[in-house]
Design a protein around this ligand. Structure first.
Ligand SMILES: [Fe+2]
Ligand SMILES: [Fe+2]
Ligand SMILES: [Fe+2]
Ligand SMILES: [Fe+2]
Length: 349
């Protein structure tokens, strides 16, 4: 998809937001009136949505979001973008969960629990689109720097789109830009080690990587004892992971985004933020399947899904540990912002 100018791209995104909110309204009305004909076409609609939605998210993530953070350089706008970015991760994972069961959406079977799942998904998607239209895009529209950056990122995006593979081939949580920029290794910076939050997160990253390695080994050795205690292990992970994510999202990520102008670094941080959304959906899945996990069977699909989740978590922490944190440490502007955001967080507590 090649865009001539930002008006073109903005009109596309705005048009799609309208389609989403209109559809949500139609869906909820049909749901209320138990309209069988409408639900007969639901499965086809969800498949169509898969590709369209990924393209829509991709355009926002590679053009609108980086232009908003770099153009405005404002903590509140950056937090709004991070929140929207995380929702992309949450929504993508929920949509792919729905699509795995799409054949269960049988014509007119409204009592199917999947219909309720779809209703919840669409409602959240509608609120997401509304927030972008109401809060983010008008703020960007008023800012000339945001617009200039949008032009620049859009021409990069359009060029990329002409050569890039179909976006639907990519797995949620692993967009192209993240993979591209994830291979560069930086030596860890010493300059931030004085700050306790930095060492706390770094320690947690190492701990997480160690846990994942233990899990992989137990899986390989069919270690029954490890799997019998798996739910305790996951409980521990869940509790710690949440506060770990919050700390990154309120200080490290905004400092990286507002402090530097590097597009690749921005894409890496935004991709990490989407992964937080993906991981939180996975933690929810683990919570819902607690009983199966407690049974201690190694060979069950839940364990397989946990293995995929843990492997992705390990790559995520390695990227943060080796690339993002050292980059923040090396850059004066990022480092100063990090200190400021950490201080502001403390004073809010
Ligand atoms: Fe979005
Ligand atoms: Fe959107
Ligand atoms: Fe993270
Ligand atoms: Fe982390």
């Amino acid at each position: 998809m090649v865009f001539q100018n930002i008006e073109n791209a903005t009109a596309k995104i705005a048009g799609e937001h309208k389609l989403i909110t209109d559809y949500v309204e139609r869906f909820l009305k049909a749901y209320k009136h138990r309209d069988k004909a409408f639900f007969g076409e639901l499965s086809a609609f969800m498949s169509l949505m898969e590709k369209e939605l990924y393209n829509h998210f991709s355009l926002e993530e590679r053009v609108f979001f980086p232009a908003a953070v770099h153009g405005a350089k404002d903590y509140d706008i950056t937090l709004m973008v991070l929140n929207l970015q995380k929702e992309h991760g949450l929504l993508e994972t929920r949509l792919s969960g729905i699509l795995k069961n799409k054949y269960a959406i049988v014509s007119g079977r409204m009592e199917n629990p999947l219909v309720k799942t779809i209703a919840d998904f669409l409602k959240d998607l509608g609120s997401h689109a509304e927030m972008e239209m109401r809060d983010l895009f008008p703020a960007m529209d008023e800012n000339i720097r945001c617009k200039t950056l949008m032009e620049r990122y859009l021409s990069m995006f359009s060029k990329d789109e002409q050569t890039a593979p179909d976006i639907s081939d990519e797995k949620p949580g692993t967009r192209k830009a993240a993979a591209d920029s994830g291979n560069k290794k930086e030596s860890p910076s010493q300059s931030l080690s004085a700050y306790s939050s930095v060492s706390r997160l770094a320690g947690e990253h190492k701990l997480m990587a160690t846990h994942v390695t233990r899990f992989e080994r137990a899986l390989r050795d069919k270690d029954e004892k490890f799997f019998a205690e798996l739910s305790t292990f996951l409980e521990f992970l869940k509790k710690d992971l949440h506060s770990h994510f919050i700390l990154e999202e309120l200080s490290f990520f905004p400092a990286a985004l507002n402090g530097c102008f590097d597009y690749d670094m921005t894409m890496t941080v935004l991709n990490l933020q989407r992964q937080h959304g993906v991981f939180e959906t996975e933690l929810q899945y683990i919570r819902e399947n607690k009983q199966i996990i407690s049974a201690g069977w190694i060979k069950n699909p839940v364990i397989e899904r946990i293995a995929v989740f843990l492997r992705a978590l390990k790559s995520h922490v390695i990227l943060e540990l080796n690339q993002v944190f050292p980059n923040i440490g090396k850059d004066d502007a990022c480092r100063n912002l990090l200190i400021k955001y950490l201080k502001d967080m403390k004073s809010r507590d």
